[in-house]
Design a protein around this ligand. Structure first.
Ligand SMILES: NC(=O)c1ccc[n+]([C@@H]2O[C@H](COP(=O)([O-])OP(=O)(O)OC[C@H]3O[C@@H](n4cnc5c(N)ncnc54)[C@H](O)[C@@H]3O)[C@@H](O)[C@H]2O)c1
Length: 348
């Protein structure tokens, strides 16, 4: 019988619960063995419903469970670095949700820990790389189908229907701000597709329909313009007020052609035709749009553990995307152009 990877997950919220369900029922090489959250009701509900043997309100206590092979981190972003380092030090393979960290200093500490525990698999949840369309686009770029990539344009828009929910928890569950929370996926894609690092960024944004974003020093909608080391251009738009739904769109323009992914965020093949015209419904959130990618990335994590391989998404990808995300935050806050490689991007 094939060995299964026994996983303990921390964080059972919007995304953690879905990861837990995938680990329990959809990833053939994994077994959900322990669940951990600060909310006891989330633990008991899942343990009873899915017959999960171990439940913890203390993360440190879960790390003493030697039946586990791997720790899966889906807690709020501010906890990732500390929880990754603790899990690696306790001898586990680790999967962490994005972003790696909210600050460059802590992300670099994680890099050291991953390098120290080189026999362990560490993977970061940049799941878009495992989405069929994004993976096919990468293949086409590598085949030379669009020549040299010169510009990447990314839209990451969350549905307006989720804005109240976001604002309710924004202070307690500090996300790192619009660029580190949302555009970080796009920064990873840009580095992956363009094969270069960001050099300079200018980021702007504001609170347009909800002034509460100013109270939490964040932008409701923002845009960042990046110059990469090889002189390629990046344009990153992020927002939390998309009326039509969850809209993730990417365009890569090359010297011989271009590729667009997700131009219309249509959820299915249906066109509803009525007296007001023809309507195509859009995705309502990340779980629906990236359902396949959320499973495929975890399958890859399990394969890496069982076959002694390393995943394509590395801790270095986590560090560099955090570096760019933090530079955007700094540029947005100071209204200045930020030279990413030259400036000290330290916590203020
Ligand atoms: N890949 C993606 O597209 C994507 C989408 C959404 C969220 N995320 C990431 O996933 C993470 C979780 O986001 P979410 O929206 O599910 O958050 P959430 O607030 O809905 O859930 C957080 C969970 O963590 C638990 N928790 C909080 N503090 C804890 C602690 N100290 N120890 C243990 N558990 C703790 C909470 O009880 C809850 O179960 C974030 O880092 C976010 O950036 C990624």
């Amino acid at each position: 019988m094939v060995k299964k990877v026994k996983v303990g997950i921390v964080g059972l919220g919007r995304l953690g619960r879905q990861h837990a369900e995938n680990l329990a029922f959809r990833i053939p090489n994994c077994e959900l063995t322990a669940v951990c959250s600060v909310i006891e009701a989330e633990i008991t509900e899942i343990q009873e419903k899915w017959q999960i043997p171990y439940g913890y309100t203390s993360y440190d206590e879960m790390l003493t469970n030697k039946e586990l092979d791997a720790i899966f981190i889906a807690s709020p972003s501010g906890f990732h670095c500390d929880q990754i380092i603790k899990a690696l030090d306790a001898g586990f393979h680790v999967f962490s949700e994005k972003p790696l960290g909210l600050y460059l200093e802590e992300a670099l500490e994680v890099q050291k820990a991953v390098e120290k525990h080189a026999d362990k698999v560490f993977m970061l949840g940049f799941m878009r790389r495992y989405d069929r369309s994004y993976a096919a686009a990468k293949q086409k770029i590598e085949n030379g189908d669009i020549g040299e990539p010169t510009l990447i344009r990314c839209y990451g828009l969350d549905p307006a229907s989720q804005m109240d929910n976001f604002l309710k928890f924004a202070k307690a569950n500090y996300s790192g701000g619009l660029f580190l929370d949302m555009s970080v996926h796009d920064f990873d894609l840009a580095r992956w597709y363009m094969g270069t690092e960001a050099q300079e960024v200018w980021a702007i944004g504001g609170a347009y329909s909800r002034p509460e974003f100013e109270d939490i020093q964040d932008a409701e909608t923002g845009a960042a313009m990046v110059r990469f080391e090889n002189n390629a251009i990046g344009i990153f738009v992020a927002g939390r007020n998309s009326a039509h739904g969850y809209h993730i769109e990417t365009e890569i323009i090359g010297t011989k052609g271009s590729i667009r992914i997700g131009t219309l965020p249509e959820r299915d093949q249906i066109v509803l035709m009525q007296e007001n015209g023809a309507v195509k419904e859009c995705y309502d959130g990340f779980l629906e749009r990236f359902e396949q990618a959320f499973s495929s990335e975890v399958e890859e994590f399990a394969h890496c553990i069982l076959e002694g391989k390393k995943p394509d998404v590395t801790v270095h990808d986590g560090v560099e995307s955090t570096r760019l995300g933090y530079a955007c935050k700094k540029s947005f806050e100071t209204r200045q152009l930020v030279n990413i490689q030259a400036e000290q991007l330290v916590k203020n």
